[in-house]
Design a protein around this ligand. Structure first.
Ligand code: BT5
Length: 274
């Protein structure tokens, strides 16, 4: 029997070391999407840092309305932000949050967690998390989903995914949530006074840069992912020159030449703790 929302809220609240993120913290047992709950909080005037969290989502979503599988055992939370940033630059919010979430996940799970452009968290080739930034009036709602414990008895998903508990079965959402909020708040604050430092951190952690990639979109782009710019766009060197891509999905066509190498987990269908 897993802990209920009130118990989780008490433990996460007691673990918070943030200034604004998670203050207030609203935890529900089950919601459609924590982004929906955070939007409602924002519409009701919630200040920057208000967080909506749930133990389960019935309609968790990714970008472009894609579903985000959200059974119990995963981390699902959304932060209300009121950034002093032109909305055209909001993609950098996603980069900042993905670095913060990756640092927290890596620390707790004890395995390298990389970022894949634009907003994926990956261990090796398995996606362990994703970030979804949405506009909510003047506010930005930043949703963070991280797989922690594997769902019980489920058919293996078609795409490569991972769970932090594959690397350390002691990882819990109650320990992960305050760590994610602290590391994300740090990067969010740094965006204001030293955005270059956040982009530099993203570059170091990136599994995308230096690779041959295919980016989907209205006009697909293929080439070598060279860099990101200050707006969070991906710069791809193609046969026709340097192309700037603001949104899309990336397929890595080659293995990484970088030095960061993830430890290999046991893979599907591992059931840590059993
Ligand atoms: C994302 O979208 O990766 C952003 C996911 C954001 C989820 C959080 S949870 C809290 C907050 N509330 C929400 O409703 N959302 C946010 P995208 O890059 O579009 O990736 C979506 C794709 O990832 C899907 O089409 C699947 O292929 C795959 N996927 C779905 N669920 C997954 C999971 N739990 N783990 C790994 N991959 C998954």
């Amino acid at each position: 029997m897993s802990a209920g929302a009130d118990a989780v809220a008490a433990v996460v609240g007691a673990g918070l070391r943030t200034r604004r993120f998670g203050r207030p913290l609203v935890v529900r047992d089950r919601v459609t999407s924590t982004n929906d709950l955070a939007r409602a909080l924002a519409a009701g005037g919630a200040g920057e840092g208000a967080v909506a969290m749930a133990l389960e989502q019935t309609a968790g979503r990714g970008r472009l309305g894609r579903p985000w599988r959200s059974p119990r055992g995963g981390l699902y939370l959304s932060v209300v932000l009121r950034p002093a940033l032109d909305p055209a630059r909001w993609p950098v919010l996603g980069l900042a949050m993905s670095v913060g979430a990756a640092v927290a996940a890596e620390t707790l799970a004890g395995t390298l967690v990389d970022v894949k452009w634009p907003n994926d968290l990956v261990v090796g080739t398995g996606k362990v998390g994703g970030i979804l930034v949405e506009a909510a009036g003047e506010a930005a709602v930043c949703g963070i989903g991280i797989n922690v414990a594997p769902p019980p008895a489920e058919a293996p998903p078609a795409e490569p995914v991972g769970w932090l508990a594959m690397y350390d079965p002691r990882v819990s959402i109650t320990a992960l949530a305050p760590a994610v909020l602290l590391e994300c708040e740090r990067r969010y604050r740094r965006l204001q006074d030293n955005p270059g430092a956040v982009l530099a951190e993203w570059r170091i952690r990136s599994s995308t840069l230096g690779r041959r990639v295919q980016v989907s979109g209205a006009v697909p782009v293929e080439g070598t992912a060279e860099d990101i710019d200050e707006d969070g766009a991906l710069l791809v060197r193609t046969a026709g020159g340097l192309r700037r891509v603001l949104a899309g999905d990336v397929v890595h066509l080659t293995v990484s030449s970088g030095q960061r190498t993830a430890t290999t987990g046991p893979g599907w269908p591992a059931q840590p703790g059993h």
